[in-house]
Design a binder for this molecule. Structure first.
Ligand SMILES: Nc1ncnc2c1ncn2[C@@H]1O[C@H](COP(=O)(O)OP(=O)(O)OP(=O)(O)O)[C@@H](O)[C@H]1O
Ligand SMILES: [Mg+2]
Length: 228
C-alpha cells in the first residue's frame, strides 16, 4: 500500500532570468513501511523534495497525497497539524530551539499537540542514540553530532507514520552513523515507520530498499523494489 504519492511536482524559485527549477516534474509513490534513500549532488533538489513531500512548503505545480489526503486541499493550519501528528522531520541544520534543553526540545512537539509523551519509549530512544547524558544541556553546549541525534529523537517523539530526514548521519562518525541507522531501522520495523532519508552516506544508501537519485531537479535513477 502506498502511504505517500506525488504527481508531476515542480518547484520554481526566483523570477525572470534568475528563475530556477529546484524540482522539475517529479512523480513517485512510496510504499508504507519502506526505507527510501534520496541521493544526488549538492543543489540537485533533495532538500526541496523533502520539504514538498512533508508539507513544509508547497510545490509550484503538481499534487501530493498522504494516504487519501491531498496536501493542496489542506490549509496551513491543517498542514501543520498533519505534520505534527503524522510526520517527523530531521533538518539538515537540526533547527533545535537554542533556549531549550535537549529534553525540552524532544518533548516540545508532543507537548504542543497537548499529548502525554511516552516516557519509556523516549528514554529508550535517547539511550540508543547515545545522548542520555547530554539531554539536560542546551544545544549550544553540544557537539554537532549530539545536536543531530537530539533532532532525530525529536523527530521520532510522536512515533510518526513517516520520518523525513535530511542527512541524518551527516555529522556523525562511521560508528555513530551505523548506530543511528540501526535504531531507525528497528523503530521502523517495530512501529511501521516509513523512512525517507536524504543522504550522501553510502552505508545508508546501501541499506535502503530503494534509492532515488536526483539530478537537476529530476529523478535520474530509481533503483529498488517499486517504481512510481
Ligand atoms: N529558498 C530558495 N530560494 C531560491 N533558490 C533556492 C531556495 N532553496 C533552494 N534553492 C535552489 O534550489 C536548488 C535545489 O536546492 P536544494 O536545497 O533542494 O538542494 P540539495 O540537493 O538539498 O543540496 P545539498 O546537498 O547542498 O543540501 C538549488 O539550486 C538551490 O540554490
Ligand atoms: Mg539539502
Amino acid at each position: 500500500m502506498d502511504i505517500l504519492k506525488c504527481e508531476h511536482i515542480t518547484k520554481l524559485y526566483g523570477r525572470g532570468e534568475g528563475q530556477i527549477y529546484a524540482l522539475n516534474d517529479i512523480s513517485l509513490s512510496i510504499e508504507q513501511g519502506s526505507f527510501t534513500a534520496i541521493t544526488g549532488p549538492s543543489g540537485s533538489g533533495k532538500s526541496t523534495l523533502l520539504n514538498m513531500l512533508s508539507g513544509l512548503d508547497r510545490p509550484t505545480k503538481g499534487d501530493i497525497w498522504f494516504q487519501e489526503g491531498k496536501l493542496s486541499g489542506y490549509n496551513d493550519n491543517q498542514l501543520s497539524v498533519l505534520r505534527r501528528r503524522r510526520f517527523g522531520f530531521v533538518f539538515q541544520n537540526y533547527n533545535l530551539v537554542k533556549e531549550l534543553t535537549g529534553w525540552e526540545n524532544v518533548l516540545l512537539p508532543v507537548m504542543l499537540d497537548g499529548r502525554k509523551p511516552d516516557e519509556a519509549y523516549l528514554k529508550r530512544m535517547v539511550e540508543a542514540l547515545g545522548i542520555g547524558n547530554r539531554m539536560d544541556h542546551l544545544p549550544g553546549a553540544m557537539s554537532g553530532g549530539q545536536q543531530q541525534r537530539v533532532s532525530i529523537a525529536r523527530a521520532l517523539a510522536n512515533k510518526p507514520a513517516i520520518l523525513f530526514a535530511d542527512e541524518p548521519t551527516g555529522n556523525l562518525d562511521g560508528k555513530s552513523g551505523r548506530e543511528v541507522l540501526s535504531l531507525l531501522r528497528s523503530l521502523s520495523r517495530e512501529l511501521g515507520i516509513t523512512l525517507i532519508l536524504v543522504t550522501h552516506d553510502l552505508n545508508v544508501a546501501e541499506q535502503a530498499e530503494r534509492v532515488l537519485q536526483l539530478e537537476d531537479g529530476r529523478i535520474a535513477m530509481d533503483r529498488g523494489v517499486k517504481s512510481a
